[in-house]
Design a protein around this ligand. Structure first.
Ligand code: IPM
Ligand code: MN
Length: 352
C-alpha cells in the first residue's frame, strides 16, 4: 500500500520523538511491503520564527493532501510567560484543528503490565484499566467569543455548542461503545451550565438509536475524582473540549508516564496522530525524551487511517517488549540503565 504521510515535528522534543516514530514506521513498511512517502512541514514556534505564523498555509496544504498526519508537539517557553505575545505557537494547533475539521480527539488510557507499579496509583486500583476519552475538539470555550471590556479590567470566554456539534461527537462515542463494552459515559456539568444541558438532552435523544448501549451521565467534578479512584470502571467517555483537556491529562497518570499515551484527532479531512504530551522544552536536544507516545500514535495511524491492524499490533507488541526488557528512557528507568531516545527508536525498529 502507498502511504502518503505529512510529518509535523513541531517544537521542543517534537523532532526527536518524531524521528523514532519514523524509524519504526519505515521498518514496518519494509516488513509489510508498504511504500511511505513522508512530507515534512513546519508548525508551532519554529513556524513563527521562520515565517511569522504558527500554521502557515503551505503546511495546511500539505496536511490536506496527505492521507494522515503524524505530529510531534508545539510550544516554547519564550511565549508561556508573555500573556501579551501577539501570536502564540498553541494557536497553530487550534488553527490546525479548526481548518482540518478535527472535531474528535480520541485518547485511550491503558496500563502496561510491566509498568503497573510505576503508576503513583495503587496496582489494585488501576489494573485492567482500558478506557477511551473522546474529547470534542473544535468547539466550546476554546473557540467561543472572548474578549475584554471595562478598559480591559473584565475578561470573558464563552462556551458555545450547537446540537449538530454534539451529535457528531456523540455518534462516534456510541459507535465506539458498540464495538467495546457497550457502556458510554457522558461527562458534563449539567447542574450548572446550559451548554452541558444541551449535551445531556442531545445524548439522551440519541439513546433510542443505540438500544444496546447503556449510557451514564456524570458531572465532571465527580468524574475527576472517580477517574483516579476507579479508572477501570470506565470504558468510553464523551465530553466537551475543556473538560476533555483536563481529564485526559489526569488520566495519563494512570499509565505511569505522560510519555506513553498516544492520541488520534479525527474529523472532516485528514486525521492527525500525536502524543498527548507537550514539547517538554527542558529536555529538547538532549536525546532523553520518551518516544513511545509518538510511536504508539503511529500505531493508531496504521490502524485508524489505513486499516492496517496487523501492522499496528506489531508496533504495540514491540513496544511492550521494550518495556518488559527495560529498554526505556530515563522517565521509566528508575535505578536501571536509562536508554537514549534514539537508542529506544533503534531498538524498536530493529525488533520490528
Ligand atoms: C492538548 C494541549 C492543547 C489543548 C494546548 C497546547 C493548546 O494541552 O492538546 O491537550 O489545550 O488542547
Ligand atoms: Mn491538554
Amino acid at each position: 500500500m502507498k502511504l502518503n504521510i505529512a510529518l509535523l515535528a513541531g517544537d521542543g522534543i517534537g523532532p526527536e520523538v518524531i524521528d523514532q516514530a519514523v524509524k519504526v514506521c519505515n521498518a514496518v513498511a519494509k516488513k509489510f511491503d508498504h511504500e511511505i512517502s513522508w512530507t515534512s512541514a513546519i508548525t508551532g514556534a519554529c513556524a513563527i520564527d521562520a515565517v511569522g505564523e504558527p500554521y502557515p498555509d503551505a503546511t495546511h496544504e500539505i496536511c490536506m493532501a496527505a492521507d494522515a498526519i503524524l505530529f510531534g508537539a508545539i510550544g516554547d517557553p519564550k511565549y508561556d510567560n508573555d500573556p501579551k505575545a501577539p501570536v502564540r505557537p498553541e494557536q497553530g494547533l487550534l488553527l490546525m484543528r479548526k481548518k482540518l475539521g478535527l472535531f474528535a480527539n480520541v485518547r485511550p488510557t491503558f496500563t502496561f503490565p510491566s509498568l503497573i507499579d510505576k503508576s503513583p496509583l495503587k496496582r489494585e486500583r488501576i489494573e485492567g484499566t482500558d478506557l477511551i476519552i473522546l474529547r470534542e475538539l473544535t468547539g466550546g470555550i476554546y473557540f467561543g467569543e472572548r474578549g475584554r471590556k471595562d478598559n480591559g479590567n473584565t475578561a470573558f470566554d464563552t462556551c458555545t455548542y450547537t446540537r449538530e456539534e454534539i451529535v457528531r461527537l456523540a455518534k462516534l462515542g456510541f459507535e465506539m461503545a458498540m464495538k467495546r463494552s457497550k457502556r458510554l459515559c457522558c461527562v458534563d456539568k449539567a447542574n450548572v451550565l446550559e451548554s452541558s444541558r444541551l449535551w445531556r438532552e442531545t445524548v439522551q435523544d440519541m439513546e433510542k438509536d443505540y438500544p444496546e448501549v447503556t449510557v451514564s451521565y456524570e458531572f465532571v467534578d465527580a468524574v475527576a475524582m472517580r477517574l483516579v479512584q476507579w479508572p477501570s470502571s470506565y470504558d468510553v467517555m464523551i465530553t466537551e473540549n475543556l473538560f476533555g483537556d483536563i481529564l485526559t491529562d489526569e488520566a495519563s497518570v494512570i499509565s505511569g508516564s505522560m510519555g506513553l499515551m498516544p492520541s488520534a484527532s479525527i474529523g472532516l479531512h485528514t486525521s492527525l496522530f500525536e502524543p498527548i504530551h507537550g514539547s517538554y522544552p527542558q529536555a529538547a536536544g538532549k536525546d532523553i525524551a520518551n518516544p513511545l507516545a509518538t510511536v504508539l500514535s503511529a500505531a493508531m495511524m496504521f490502524e485508524d487511517a489505513f486499516g492496517l491492524k496487523e501492522e499496528a499490533e506489531l508496533i504495540r507488541e514491540v513496544v511492550n517488549k521494550s518495556l518488559a526488557e527495560g529498554i526505556v528512557t530515563e522517565d521509566l528507568a528508575g535505578e536501571s540503565k536509562a536508554y537514549k531516545t534514539s537508542e529506544v527508536g533503534d531498538w524498536l525498529a530493529k525488533n520490528i
